[in-house]
Design a protein around this ligand. Structure first.
Ligand SMILES: *Cc1c(COP(=O)(O)O)cnc(C)c1O
Length: 369
């Protein structure tokens, strides 16, 4: 290595926030002066704006992405013999939300694209399957036309886990508008994020909307009347106000992420497998994930040289201790298991510089030299 050491942290929250600091401060002042902290006009407006992003009739703010998944599944009234099929290589919440809603998580292996393989999904469907939860992992849209066709044939509910994919689309149609409902996370690591936790549900179903409206707020149908026991999963006015500021930059920042991803692809293609976009896909790169030989050694080498590389996710959900009683093994998901040993998430954000990208690429080149 001839290059001098350069710090490439995994996130750049402070730099990103500094660009919109005045607008965030103004949003804070507005909410403070309004005296409305919960379920007020900022939330209502953000929900309308988010529905426009997803092209759905309704959007509902909730306290985090896990609640967003859980509340949709809860509305289905699942029994403990019912199964919901999701991707084995996702974040834990894709499966925990199924278990918390009272059903059994089931998994179908992924394809080369890292998303659920429609053929494996079809294999995994049984008499107890009630719903499928494709995940748009890394911000890459899952193969929704085939998944919807299969779900229709088997009469299954489709919940998109779009936590990583706000702004992504397939064949010009945004994620969140394909399934019966979609869940989003607004966690700081996600492309559109609160200054803390937050989540969103998108749907065009009036019945589902009405039910979740109550379920996120103690089962209340009005101020005084509760139809069923439920939780408090509301999204704060303050977060909604901050999110409205962030939403104004979503397109610009998504475009910046995409350009960084394409530039990484050019630089890294000779040494590792890079995330090439498929036909009709608009990926938003919540994570920029390469697949590499000698993964653990490369991650260590990058980190030793100041590049904060991570792995999302090292342990498949069905192989977690929490999933022990489901009885899966790595042999059940050969493709996901193979990818889990090779994946590396590299730093990506709108303020990532070309100098930083070149430095990362030079390290990877020298590692394999
Ligand atoms: C982040 C994430 C969630 C959970 O969202 P939280 O807001 O952290 O609760 C669910 N699914 C996927 C795929 C995620 O990346």
């Amino acid at each position: 290595m001839t290059t001098t050491k350069l710090a490439v942290p995994y996130t750049a929250f402070k730099q990103e926030a500094s660009v919109i600091k005045e607008e965030l401060s103004a949003a804070f002042d507005n909410v403070l002066e309004s005296g409305r902290y919960i379920m007020g006009p900022e939330l209502a407006t953000f929900e309308r704006e988010f529905g426009e992003i997803c092209q759905t009739k309704f959007a509902l703010g909730v306290d985090n992405g896990t609640s967003a998944l859980f509340l949709v599944l809860r509305s289905l009234g699942l029994k403990n013999t019912d199964e919901v099929i999701t991707a084995p290589n996702s974040f834990l919440a894709s499966a925990s939300s199924i278990a918390l809603a009272g059903a059994r998580p089931a998994f179908a292996d992924v394809g080369r694209d890292g998303n659920i393989d429609p053929a494996r999904l079809e294999d995994a469907i049984g008499p107890r399957t009630k719903a499928v939860m494709p995940v748009h992992l890394t911000g890459r849209p899952a193969r929704m036309p085939e998944i919807l066709e299969i779900a229709k044939r088997h009469n299954l509910f489709v919940l998109e886990d779009a936590a990583q994919a706000v702004g992504a689309s397939l064949n010009g149609r945004p994620v969140g508008s394909w399934g019966d409902a979609a869940s989003f996370s607004l966690h700081p690591l996600k492309n559109l994020h609160a200054l803390g936790d937050g989540g969103m549900i998108a749907t065009s179903s009036q019945d589902l909307y009405n039910d979740i409206l109550k379920a996120r707020n103690h089962g209340l149908r009005d101020r005084e009347t509760s139809d069923f026991w439920s939780y408090n999963c509301r999204l704060d006015e303050l977060q909604a106000a901050f999110l409205r500021v962030q939403a104004r930059y979503l397109e610009e920042w998504t475009q910046a992420r995409r350009e960084k991803a394409f530039r990484y692809n050019e630089l890294l293609r000779p040494y590792v497998e890079v995330p090439e976009e498929g036909q009709g896909e608009r990926c938003v790169y919540q994570t920029y994930v390469i697949r590499a030989e000698r993964r653990d050694a490369l991650v260590q080498y990058l980190r030793d040289n100041g590049v904060e590389a991570l792995v999302h996710y090292r342990i498949l959900i069905p192989l977690q201790p929490a999933a022990r009683e489901l009885g899966y093994s790595a042999n059940d998901f050969p493709e996901a298991a193979r990818q889990a040993e090779r994946i590396i998430s590299l730093p990506i954000y709108s303020s990532l510089t070309e100098e930083q990208q070149d430095y990362v690429a030079e390290l990877i080149r020298s590692f394999y030299a």
